[in-house]
Design a protein around this ligand. Sequence first.
Ligand code: ADP
Ligand code: ADP
Length: 245
Amino acid sequence: SGGVHFRGIMRRYGGTGRPALDVADLHLPHRSFTVIVGPSGCGKSTALRVITGLETPDEGRLTINGVDVTATPPGARGVSMVFQDFALYPHLTVEQNIAFSLRLEAKHNRGRLGLLRRGAGGAGPSRGEISRRVTEACVLLGLADLRHRRPGQLSGGERQRVGLARAIVRRPSVLLLDEPLSALDAQLRQQARAELVRLHRELGNTVVLVTHDQLEALSMGTHLVVMNGGRVAQAGTPEQVYRRP
Ligand code: ADP
Ligand code: ADP
């Protein structure tokens, strides 16, 4: 089955007390725009970090597009994450920021796969391929004219688009967004929502967005997951979730 599947996932920080995340069975459908919504501290970020592999669950298994990735390192899951503050490198230009993750991937793959499958395409993207993909991502996010600027010369909305470009340039099968609109002012937020929905349509991948804002969840998600106290309270399409008593 495609998408992201949590099976008996448990994460308990410090080994005692109430689990930060306790998810028996949750499926985020392939190519869905799933919004995980719930109050601060309910386990949303922990759920995202479990998908990226930045967090290892104490129990359970995670599958992505039918593959068990529980033991797969973060860079090798086909997952990219956009962080709340976009985490751009201030000394690099827009173009260099976007290319950076691809260069790392190429380097990582040469080291890791060189011995295993020499010449089998394991070298990661070539220079030309990196340049093509960076251009493509810049065009998709309207950054073509800003390629040579540094983050300090960009507005909040522009920085967010660089963060997105940097994530999608890797062509992740799963794109994770952690409160991606929280650093934007209210005026920009509406526009940014529409852009995320458009981007999801154009990429055709699985998007998982985390927010504490119910309105945001309703306006963007094809699927919703409502969390509370580390558990899934409800999951389904917006219609299914909001029809229930
Ligand atoms: P959310 O993203 O919904 O705000 P989190 O996943 O960040 O929730 O946190 C879930 C729970 O786990 C909270 O009670 C939080 O205090 C706790 N927690 C999160 N990260 C850590 C950590 N690194 N160490 C200890 N406790 C943590
Ligand atoms: P293409 O063959 O179109 O150039 P890629 O080789 O970039 O596509 O990716 C092939 C598949 O691997 C896609 O499904 C993509 O989502 C996935 N993928 C992309 N980046 C990674 C990665 N770093 N690790 C694992 N899978 C990835």
